[in-house]
Design a protein around this ligand. Structure first.
Ligand SMILES: CC(C)(COP(=O)(O)OP(=O)(O)OC[C@H]1O[C@@H](n2cnc3c(N)ncnc32)[C@H](O)[C@@H]1OP(=O)(O)O)[C@@H](O)C(=O)NCCC(=O)NCCS
Length: 156
């Protein structure tokens, strides 16, 4: 994606390896602490996929927001399914329209991949984020169930 300035004033662009340190700060704010080195490795892996995108929001040359999205084929519909898989705006920059701008950019990307719908899952504790998502047009349509996968005790 080419860099584009959105109404929030933030520049939205694809992430680069040089963003890793700031992305680590953002991931910590999201509740998923990671080292910059880990982020470098993850960016490299995601960068090999044509079915994933990592976008950042930049204000005054500083990365202040992160969003990722994935599309994948499914058996229940012909258009690919799209997921918004990460969204976080730096605490000092919330409420300025950057989250909404990043979501619009993600939706544009997913649409360009052929998706006709985008979904996300979000922890129950993120009540404020749920209000945000509803404010920008997302509807509550299900629940998320998760299970930790322990290593198999009887390898075959
Ligand atoms: C949720 C989050 C991404 C929103 O980003 P943001 O840049 O602050 O949101 P915006 O400024 O674009 O807000 C868009 C609209 O949602 C509303 N909104 C945003 N956060 C809100 C909140 N916590 N409670 C109620 N409304 C909220 C805004 O008031 C705005 O409404 P408006 O159109 O009437 O002006 C950001 O608060 C965040 O990073 N939170 C912590 C991480 C997180 O929970 N991520 C979601 C994981 S699923």
């Amino acid at each position: 994606m080419s860099a584009a300035t959105r109404p929030s004033g933030a520049i939205i662009r694809t992430a680069e390896q040089g963003d890793a340190a700031m992305l680590a700060v953002l991931l910590e704010q999201l509740g998923y602490p990671a080292t910059a080195d880990e982020v470098v490795e993850r960016l490299a892996r995601l960068g090999q996929l044509r079915t994933a995108v990592v976008l950042v929001g930049e204000v005054k040359n500083e990365v202040v927001a992160l969003a990722t999205s994935h599309v994948f084929p499914s058996i229940h519909a012909t258009p690919p399914a799209a997921l918004l898989t990460t969204l976080v705006v730096h605490a000092a920059h919330r409420g300025a329209g950057i989250g909404a701008a990043l979501c619009r950019a993600v939706e544009d990307w997913a649409r360009a991949q052929g998706a006709i719908r985008i979904s996300l899952t979000s922890g129950l504790q993120r009540a404020g984020a749920h209000v945000f998502y509803e404010r920008i047009g997302y509807q509550r349509t299900g629940v998320r169930l998760g299970k930790t996968l322990t290593p198999a005790s009887h390898p075959t």
